[in-house]
Design a protein around this ligand. Structure first.
Ligand code: XMP
Length: 594
C-alpha cells in the first residue's frame, strides 16, 4: 500500500487481472459480500500472494494461445490459497495444468442454462438448484480436463462450464458469476469466499472513516491540502473528508470553469462548497482560454487532446501562482481505486487513456510525496456510502457521471456538407460517432430507423449486431423537416452551438428530474449533431442509459409523455431541427458519442 492512501492489512482475496473489463466488477462484488479484495496483475508471483485466503483469476479478451496472452504464475496452483478461475481464468487453469483448450467454432454469448452435477458435492454450488441461469461470453472451449479435475457443470453449448479439483482447492467456471444476469452469481462467489476460502468479514466502507482520517493526518503532517475540484462525487467527498479532518484553514480548492460545462454548474459547485462551510474554493474562469484553443477543430481525438493539454496548462499555472510548490502544500485528489489501476496500477487492464489524476505533472508530485488520495482504495459506490456518512446530500452523491472534457464531446462537428443515404434498413447518416468493437474504439456512421414497430430496442440491437459498418442506431422522435431533406452541415465547437446544446441539456435535466425518470437511470447524455435544414442546421440526440458501472450499458426506455414534452420544448428553441433517441446498447455504441 502506498503512502498517500488508506492502509489495509493483507487482503484476504486478490483478483488477478487478465485484461477483462469484468475484473473490477469481481472485486466490487467480493467487497459487497463483506470481504476486502484487491486487484493485481495476473502474473504477480505466487510468493507475493502468500497470506491470501483465495485468488480469483478474472476473465479476459484473449485466447490462451494468443502470443503474449496474459498468464499466471503456475505456482499459485500448488495448494496454497484456494483459486477460482472465471471464463479465461478457467481456460488458463486448464491449459497450464495439462488440459486442452480449443478455439470454438462459434462464440457463446448471452444467457445459458447451467446444469449442475450435485453428485460431485462441489462446495462452490452448495445450496443451489440443479439448473441455473448463467451469463456466458466466450469462444474458446475446454475439451480435456487436467489431471484430478472433474466436470461439475455443463450447458448445452459448453461441456466444461464448471470444473473442480477439491484437493488443491482449485475451482473454475466458464460463465460470469459477477454479472447480474447470472442469477445465483452472488451465492456462488459467497460460497467461494466463506465455504471454500474460510474468509472472515472485514469490509464495510462506512466504518473505515476513522482509519482514513488517521492516514490523512499521517500523510499530510503539518502541511496544507490543495484540490482541483470538479463538482463530481469523488473530488467532493475527498475534499470533505480533508476538511473534516484538518479544518477549514488548511484546505483550499480551485474549480476550473472550462466553458464546456452544463448550465448552472459553476453556481452548483459554489453552493456545494459554501454549504460545506468552506470559504476556500475559488472559481477559475478559463473559458476564454479553452474555447479559442478548440476553434475550428472537428476531430474528436484532437478535441480531447487539446482539452487535456489546456487543463494541464491551467493546473500548472494555478500551482505556480498559488505557491503550491513551496513545501507547505500537498495536492489532494479524489482518485478512486479503478483510476489507479487503469493508469498503470495493473499492466493488463484494457484501458484507453491516462487518467487526468496521473498526468506527468501529478506523477512528479507523487514521486516527491506531495499527493494525498484518501479514497484510492474505494470503488464509486463505496465513495457514495462514505459521503453519506459524512453528511453530504444525496442530490450531490447521486449525481450522474459527467465526462471531464464536458460538452465538447457531446457537440459533434463536421467539416463538409453531406446527405443521408437511404438503405434497406433505414437512413445512413454520415456523422461518425464512437463505439467499441472488440476492445478498441471505432468511428462509424449512424443508422436512423423508422419509429414504427413493436420492439424498437430489440430491432435496433439486431441491426447494430448485423451491420458492421455502423455502431449506433437512432430513431426520430419529432422533427421540423423530413429525413430525406436533412443535410449534414459543416460545424465546429462554436459558442453558439455549445449554447444550443447547453440549453437543450438543461431542458432534459429539468424535465427528467421533475418526472422522477432521472433517478431511474445511470446517465442521460444529450448530444448536438450537425444535421438539419438550412435554417435549423443542428439536431439533438437523447441518450438515456441504464448501467451498473459504465462499462456496459443499455439504452433506457423512456416514458412516452416525457419523451414528447422534452422534444416539444427542445424544438421550440431556434436553430434545432429534429430530436432523435439513441437505441444503442454498449457495446457496440459507447455511452458518449465521441
Ligand atoms: P463511454 O463513452 O466510454 O463512457 O461508454 C463510459 C463512462 O465514462 C465517462 N467518460 C468520461 N469521463 N473523462 C471522464 O471523466 C472522459 O474523457 C470520459 N469519457 C467518457 C462517460 O460519461 C461514461 O460515464
Amino acid at each position: 500500500m502506498t503512502d498517500r492512501s488508506v492502509s489495509i492489512s493483507t487482503p484476504q482475496i486478490t483478483v488477478l487481472d487478465t485484461g477483462g473489463q469484468y475484473c473490477h466488477l469481481i472485486a466490487r462484488k467480493v467487497r459487497e459480500l463483506g470481504v476486502y479484495a484487491e486487484v493485481r496483475p495476473s502474473d504477480t508471483p505466487a510468493t507475493e500472494l502468500a497470506g491470501r485466503k483465495g485468488l480469483i483469476i478474472s476473465g479476459g479478451p484473449c485466447s490462451v494461445y494468443d502470443q503474449g496472452s496474459p498468464t499466471v504464475d503456475p505456482a499459485i496452483f500448488d495448494g496454497g490459497p484456494a483459486v477460482l478461475g472465471i471464463c479465461y481464468g478457467l481456460q488458463l487453469m486448464a491449459h497450464l495444468l495439462g488440459g486442452a483448450v480449443l478455439r470454438g467454432k462459434t462464440a457463446e454469448f448471452g444467457l445459458a442454462t447451467l446444469e449442475l452435477d450435485h453428485s460431485c458435492g462441489d462446495p462452490l454450488f452448495g445450496g443451489l438448484a440443479a439448473r441455473q441461469q448463467v451469463w456466458m461470453s466466450h469462444r474458446d472451449v475446454t475439451t480435456d480436463l487436467p489431471g484430478g479435475f472433474s466436470v461439475t457443470g455443463t450447458t448445452s453449448a459448453c461441456a466444461v462450464a464448471a470444473m473442480a479439483e477439491p484437493v488443491r482447492r482449485l475451482y473454475a467456471v466458464q460463465f460470469h458469476p459477477e454479472v447480474v444476469h447470472t442469477r445465483s452469481g452472488a451465492e456462488i462467489l459467497s460460497n467461494f469466499l466463506y465455504r471454500i476460502c474460510g474468509c472472515e468479514r472485514d469490509w464495510e466502507p462506512r466504518h473505515r472513516i476513522p482509519s482514513i482520517e488517521d492516514d490523512l493526518r499521517r500523510v499530510v503532517g503539518d502541511r496544507n491540502v490543495f484540490f482541483f475540484v470538479s463538482g463530481g462525487v469523488d473530488s467532493t467527498v475527498a475534499y470533505t473528508i480533508c476538511l473534516r479532518t484538518l479544518g477549514a484553514d488548511r484546505v483550499r480548492g480551485v474549480y476550473v470553469d472550462t466553458g464546456l460545462m452544463r448550465e448552472g454548474e459553476t453556481d452548483f459547485v459554489r453552493a456545494t462548497f459554501d454549504a460545506l462551510g468552506s470559504a476556500g474554493v475559488e472559481i477559475d474562469r478559463a473559458a476564454d482560454r479553452f474555447l479559442p484553443a478548440l476553434a475550428g477543430v472537428c476531430d474528436p481525438e484532437r478535441k480531447r487532446h487539446i482539452i487535456g493539454e489546456q487543463f494541464l496548462a491551467e493546473q500548472e499555472r494555478i500551482i505556480e501562482s498559488h505557491g503550491l510548490l513551496d513545501g507547505h502544500w500537498i495536492l489532494g485528489q479524489g482518485t478512486i481505486y479503478p483510476d489507479t489501476i487503469e493508469s498503470g496500477g495493473s499492466e493488463r487492464a484494457e484501458t484507453i487513456k491516462t487518467h487526468h489524476n496521473r498526468v506527468a505533472g501529478v506523477q512528479k508530485l507523487l514521486q516527491s510525496g506531495r499527493v494525498v488520495e484518501p479514497l484510492s482504495s474505494f470503488y464509486k459506490d463505496e465513495v457514495r456510502q462514505i459521503g453519506l456518512e459524512l453528511g453530504l446530500p444525496r442530490a450531490l452523491l447521486e449525481r450522474h457521471p459527467f465526462p471531464g472534457p464536458g460538452l465538447a464531446i457531446r457537440c459533434l462537428c463536421a467539416e463538409a456538407e453531406a446527405a443521408p443515404v437511404r438503405t434497406p434498413d433505414g437512413w445512413m447518416i454520415p456523422i461518425h460517432s464512437v463505439g467499441v468493437q472488440g476492445d478498441s474504439r471505432s468511428y462509424a456512421p449512424v443508422l436512423v430507423v423508422d419509429p414504427a414497430g413493436d420492439n424498437l430496442h430489440q430491432a435496433a440491437t439486431e441491426l447494430a449486431n448485423r451491420i458492421s459498418a455502423i455502431n449506433r442506431v437512432i430513431t426520430l422522435v419529432r422533427g421540423k423537416t423530413p429525413i430525406d431533406e436533412l443535410r449534414v452541415h459543416p460545424g465546429s465547437l462554436t459558442p453558439d452551438r455549445l449554447e444550443k446544446l447547453r440549453h437543450a441539456d438543461a431542458i432534459v435535466r429539468r424535465l427528467s428530474a421533475a418526472s422522477g425518470f432521472e433517478d431511474t437511470i445511470w446517465q442521460f447524455p444529450v448530444v448536438l449533431i450537425p444535421l438539419g435544414s438550412s435554417t435549423c442546421p443542428d439536431s439533438i440526440v437523447l441518450r438515456p442509459v441504464d448501467s451498473v458501472d459504465g462499462m456496459t450499458a443499455q439504452s433506457a426506455p423512456m416514458p412516452q409523455p416525457l419523451l414528447q414534452s422534452i422534444s416539444e420544448e427542445i424544438l421550440a428553441q431556434p436553430g434545432l431541427c429534429c430530436v432523435f433517441y439513441d437505441l444503442t446498447n454498449k457495446p457496440p455504441g459507447t455511452i458518449e458519442w465521441e
